[in-house]
Design a protein around this ligand. Structure first.
Ligand code: LRY
Length: 228
């Protein structure tokens, strides 16, 4: 069975904690991935080589790998340059996800320029384009990516206020490549709706693996009421 078949209509759990987050630790992310597997996840999305290595030891699910890296002169931070692609390829991940927005890249290239280089170097690797608008999804498909995901909807200056489910609906209608729903699918209902709209799979992160975010929602909810 191919990787895309294995992920078909499945839940992918994103297990990520950056340096400034309380759960920042490859060991903890590996246990998050194990919990996700026990809960029925079909795949894992993870950031950094150390986390990916630790997770691979714990679970054998299909892996979407990224490397987040900040550059002072660019807002592109998900697998931004060929160096991060190279590291993920060397490590061996089933799918490499990368920023495919029109934002200024750290290497000064446009996404099509950047991705044509990547594709020539790694013709057999599956690539997932993280985009923020329909237009970027359509552009990404033209460059030859294998999957498009609205991961960055609401995270670029020009995509503020995007409703993720609405963008999924539009992407599914306009693209031929599989669309994986990702980014603020924070309830089981929204995840299910994304699949009903035709998404190939759905990635859920914070609502499962960021306890500080989950706690905040509960804390806000109990604060809103005045109790007698
Ligand atoms: C914008 C950005 O940095 N997104 C990252 C991409 O890998 C992750 O931090 C998200 O957790 C992931 O996309 C899943 O989304 P959510 O946590 O909303 O379910």
């Amino acid at each position: 069975m191919s990787i895309l078949e294995k992920l078909n209509k499945g839940l992918i759990v994103s297990c990520q904690a950056l340096e400034d987050e309380p759960l920042h630790s490859a060991y903890i992310m590996s246990k998050m991935a194990l919990a996700a597997k026990q809960g029925g996840a079909a795949g894992i999305r993870a950031n950094t080589i150390v986390d990916i290595q630790a997770i691979k030891k714990e679970v054998d699910l299909p892996m979407i790998g990224i490397i987040k890296k900040d550059f002072p002169e660019s807002k592109v931070f998900i697998t931004p340059t060929i160096h991060e692609v190279e590291a993920l390829y060397e490590e061996g991940v089933d799918i490499i996800a990368l920023d495919a927005t029109k934002q200024q890249r750290p290497d000064g290239k446009s996404f099509p320029e950047f991705f044509s280089e990547v594709k020539v170097k790694y013709p057999d690797q599956l690539f997932m384009a993280d985009i923020s608008t329909l237009e970027e999804g359509m552009e990404a498909e033209k460059t030859g990516v294998d999957i498009v995901a609205p991961t960055l909807a609401g995270y670029t200056s020009y995509s503020q206020g995007t409703v993720p489910l609405e963008l999924v609906r539009q992407l599914v209608a306009r693209l031929s490549v599989p669309v994986i729903a990702e980014g603020n699918f924070d309830t089981p209902e929204k995840a299910k709706q994304a699949l009903e709209l035709g998404a190939h799979a759905v990635v859920v992160g914070s609502a499962i693996t960021r306890p500080q975010v989950i706690t905040e929602k509960f804390a806000e909810a109990v604060k809103e009421k005045s109790y007698k």
